[in-house]
Design a protein around this ligand. Sequence first.
Ligand code: DHB
Length: 314
Amino acid sequence: MSRRGSIDLTTTVAGVRFPSCFMNAAGARCVTREELEALGRSRTGAIVTKSMTVEPRSGNPEPRYYGFPTGSINSMGLPNLGYLAYARIIPELRKFGKPIIASVAGFVEEDFVKIARVINESRPDLIEVNLSCPNVPGEPQIGYDAQASERLLAKVRKVVSVPMGVKLPPYFDPAHQEKMVGVLERGGVEFLSLINSVGNGLVVDPDRESVVIKPKGGFGGLGGSIIKPVALANVRAFWKLFGGRLPIIGTGGVCSGSDAFEHFLCGATAVQVGTTLVEEGMGAFERLEHELASLLEKKGYASVLACRGKLKEL
Ligand code: DHB
């Protein structure tokens, strides 16, 4: 359990206790059995799997990830082992004694249902339904279509008995967030993970006069520091829209303890770490815990939950 000095860094999402409020973001170092076991041995507060599809996939051509000082761009194209492999691996990850979150994706509605039904039987602690993969050529992000999201959630909810949440794309207009509230309520969603990468950005290297990743002509999902204000805005907006009653896992730009603190002030209950984990490795968890605990102590907060949602408005 993550108690640093007198500061309590544990948290609870949808009734599930997490030994630390920091965990990997889906996609970051969580594709293979080896990576998932390394997460198990690390200080991550949960093991989040790569978004899984029905068939195993090798993903898009490389280079497909590029890190730069203020963030990252990726177009991985859902490389993963296929859901049957994760259904076998998940029970074996139990030995690490931390929650397991299975991230479920697909190309058509029936993929999500098929995967969710079988993965639910492997008993992850939570299922995160990914409504927001931006990197498959020709496939729009489901989370940008409220009706498609509603149809999908109605079907998936029926086959999931563990706590079910959704990973949402960033929204840039309050009307879109408001519209999703009803969809999420009617869909029986028990937690939110937000945001996914800011889709279809473009990073240019002026020296080479070139794009930096190969798929989709260089377009890809942005992560890291540069997306933090977008992430915070979405955490805050959904926290308010749900009156603080729906747990939110904040993702986007968590590079320091202070970044995590900002997510908690906006209403997050836990945070996920993507770009920083890819760039820094598993040691990031210990550093982040240390930085957050020092900051909370200095500010007189005894726990993560004590500062949740406490953002002041002027
Ligand atoms: C991929 C990227 C995402 O942002 C996501 O949610 C799922 C998959 C990918 O390209 O592999």
